[in-house]
Design a protein around this ligand. Structure first.
Ligand code: GTB
Length: 220
């Protein structure tokens, strides 16, 4: 039996790959594990059947036999532990790859979540402009630090790993804010991630579900 993941029935991004099922699809594609997808509506996500899998009523989830997981960090690392290809065998290198996956989720992703909130959900507040400037500057600090670390390297620590998969997935979310354009080193790193055949398959699979009718753009 293939594992089953959940994804938006209709993603608000219209298939730009920004919803978090894309990173799980990408991990499964990298290790060559076929998977099934159960699409859920926003309403269904808040119903008991889905809440039993995901207490916070979100996507994605991952089911494999009796194992049910939520949180993309846990899911991607689980896939990486179970299959060769996403974590080095050397114990120290493996620990560093896990560290980078967590850095992506704990240190970089919060800055893009704050940015998204400021740009979209808080845009009508009287303090919106000031807040946006603040969170943009905070994000710039982190992106500059990451740029310095990455330098000329192709990937964060040796070969492509679950750490890179997670970092590229998180950085992709900066693209709509145009902030990524200010950091060409990171833009190149993201482009290398997106060029991987496994990423392209994952992206195509979610696009096949979410592509809006021609001409329509749900997110901008
Ligand atoms: N920490 C959790 C994880 O990593 O798994 C976060 C999961 C999460 O935020 N899931 C979102 C969700 O289910 C979808 S990915 N939201 C519905 C809800 O909370 O009711 C977040 C997301 C959604 C849409 C876009 N987009 O359209 O651009 C981008 C990201």
């Amino acid at each position: 039996m293939n594992p089953t993941i959940t994804a938006f029935q209709r993603s608000p991004d219209g298939g730009k790959g920004l919803a978090r099922d894309t990173r799980v699809r990408w991990a499964l594609e990298e290790v060559g594990q076929p998977y099934d997808v159960r699409l859920v509506s926003f309403e269904a996500m808040k119903q008991p059947a889905h809440l039993a899998r995901h207490p916070f009523g979100q996507i994605p989830t991952y089911e494999d036999g009796s194992l049910v997981l939520f949180e993309t960090g846990a899911i991607v690392l689980h896939i990486a532990e179970r299959h060769p290809g996403l974590l080095p065998t050397d114990p120290d290198a493996r620990a560093r790859a896990i560290m980078w996956a967590i850095a992506a989720l704990n240190t970089i992703e919060p800055t893009v979540l704050d940015l998204t909130a400021a740009r979209i959900f808080e845009a009508d507040r009287p303090w919106a402009k000031e807040r946006l400037r603040l969170v943009e500057d905070r994000a710039r600090v982190r992106l500059a630090q990451l740029t310095d670390y990455l330098g000329e390297k192709q990937w964060l620590d040796g070969d492509f790993s679950a750490g890179d998969l997670m970092m590229v997935s998180v950085l992709l979310r900066f693209r709509v804010t145009r902030l990524l354009d200010e950091f060409p080193t990171l833009a190149g790193y993201v482009a290398r991630g997106e060029a991987r055949p496994a990423y392209r398959r994952a992206f195509a699979a979610q696009l096949a579900i979410n592509a809006p009718p021609s001409g329509e753009d749900r997110l901008g």
